[in-house]
Design a binder for this molecule. Structure first.
Ligand SMILES: *[C@@H]1O[C@H](CO)[C@@H](O)[C@H](O)[C@H]1NC(C)=O
Ligand SMILES: *[C@@H]1O[C@H](CO)[C@@H](O)[C@H](O)[C@H]1NC(C)=O
Ligand SMILES: *[C@@H]1O[C@H](CO)[C@@H](O)[C@H](O)[C@H]1NC(C)=O
Ligand SMILES: *[C@@H]1O[C@H](CO)[C@@H](O)[C@H](O)[C@H]1NC(C)=O
Ligand SMILES: *[C@@H]1O[C@H](CO)[C@@H](O)[C@H](O)[C@H]1NC(C)=O
Ligand SMILES: *[C@@H]1O[C@H](CO)[C@@H](O)[C@H](O)[C@H]1NC(C)=O
Length: 350
């Protein structure tokens, strides 16, 4: 009897507690205004992405991250796809998310006609924006150039045409820019004043000309440079091998005519990925010049000509990928035994 009574009492106080919590919003982190905005965003995107967003606590919803202390939404990852279709996104719907730092809308089939993107200049915390795989095209550029907080901008495959919009972007302090798989043409403009730049990908466009006087060597913070799959020609500026922060250098699939020697990359000791493949390579290079490159994993030196000699000697590091198609090789016999991590792409054409 008294046992039952205790149970009932306990259950009653629990119910009271729950009622009080939901009535007062005690413990609720989500801001009402932001929750409403999220519901609106959900409705706008309902054709493209199914979001199980319900209830009051938006901070516990999938793809939503809140600041643990203030409860403001700081991150929204709505990237999917790529999805077919075209969504006229109303960009002003995002404005109540004033503390938003990172937003991905990758692959949602967004077209620019929805507009209102210039209003994002009031999202003063927005640092990371991923609009890759949408049909936003050039019309978005002038709007984004007003979002002065942006640091990382991903516009891979977004139907952007014409010249690289360096002028617009260098007004921002962008650190990472991905413009790969667009329809960019013309030559690489002068980049030497873009001092914040850490990573840029221009892969898979129709860019041409030479890169020798584009100021690349002034970019002391440059970590990633991907120019693969264009029509660039000529040599590289020799100073590029002095960029000691460079971890990824991909110049593959171009029309470069690179005159190489063992000293070229000697000082670029942070390199993890170096691909010069599918260009015309010339000269002699000993891979012993990479002895101090303790992070090097991928080394691709396949050439489209027949005048490039590579001395393949034992290295005090383990490569994952080594491509040397068409190179004239001088191989130390024990090299293969000492490289036990080499994977599929190991490619000697003797
Ligand atoms: C876009 O959203 C805002 C805020 O929700 C609303 O006031 C405005 O009418 C919408 N514009 C269009 C074109 O739907
Ligand atoms: C960009 O897309 C809009 C529709 O979203 C279209 O009206 C405009 O012509 C496109 N611009 C270019 C340069 O393709
Ligand atoms: C670059 O592309 C634009 C837009 O497609 C075109 O009008 C222009 O003629 C192209 N320029 C060059 C140099 O090919
Ligand atoms: C675009 O390039 C940047 C920098 O190289 C990289 O971090 C990012 O993952 C790339 N984006 C996509 C969609 O591959
Ligand atoms: C690279 O840096 C070294 C040391 O600072 C310097 O002596 C050399 O001239 C530089 N090479 C190029 C090609 O700029
Ligand atoms: C590697 O670094 C050491 C010490 O700085 C230096 O003496 C040596 O010449 C370097 N080797 C190569 C191949 O650059």
């Amino acid at each position: 009897m008294s046992y039952n009574f205790t149970v009932i009492l306990l259950a009653q106080s629990l119910m009271l507690l729950l009622l009080w919590e939901s009535a007062s919003g005690f413990g609720l982190r989500c801001k009402e205004e932001e929750r409403r905005a999220l519901f609106q965003i959900k409705a706008e995107l309902q054709q493209q992405i199914e979001l199980e967003w319900k209830g009051m606590e938006c901070c516990s919803w999938e793809r939503v991250t809140c600041d643990p202390i203030t409860g403001h939404v700081t991150r929204l990852d709505l990237g999917v796809g790529p999805m077919p279709g075209s969504i006229l996104l109303n960009a002003t719907t995002f404005l109540p998310l004033r503390q938003l730092r990172s937003l991905s809308l990758s692959g949602l089939g967004i077209t620019m006609a929805g507009a209102g993107f210039e209003s994002w200049s009031s999202l003063s915390k927005l640092k990371i924006l991923d609009l890759s795989y949408n049909l936003v095209n050039n019309t978005i550029i002038s709007s984004l150039a007003k979002v002065s907080s942006l640091r990382v901008l991903d516009l891979e495959n977004t139907a952007i045409v014409g010249n690289i919009p360096v002028k617009e972007f260098s007004a921002l302090n962008l650190e990472v820019v991905n413009l790969s798989k667009n329809w960019l043409n013309g030559s690489l403009p002068y980049l030497g004043d873009w001092s914040s730049l850490k990573a840029i990908s221009l892969a898979g466009n129709s860019l041409d000309g030479t890169i020798t006087s584009t100021g690349l060597c002034h970019l002391k913070n440059l970590e990633e440079l991907d120019l693969s799959g264009n029509f660039f020609a000529g040599n590289i500026p020799p100073c590029i091998g002095n960029l000691s922060s460079l971890t990824i250098l991909d110049l593959s699939d171009n029309q470069f005519h690179l005159k190489l020697s063992s000293s070229v990359f000697e000082r670029a000791v942070s390199l993890r990925y170096l691909s010069l493949s599918s260009n015309l390579l010339e000269g002699t290079l000993s891979i012993s010049s990479f002895s101090n490159h303790s992070c090097l994993e991928v080394l691709e030196l396949s050439t489209s000509g027949l005048n490039f000699e590579v001395e393949v000697v034992n290295l005090p590091l383990q490569l994952l990928v080594l491509q040397l198609a068409n190179c004239i090789l001088d191989i130390e016999p024990t090299f293969l035994y000492s490289q036990y991590n080499l994977q599929g792409s190991f490619n000697f054409h003797l």
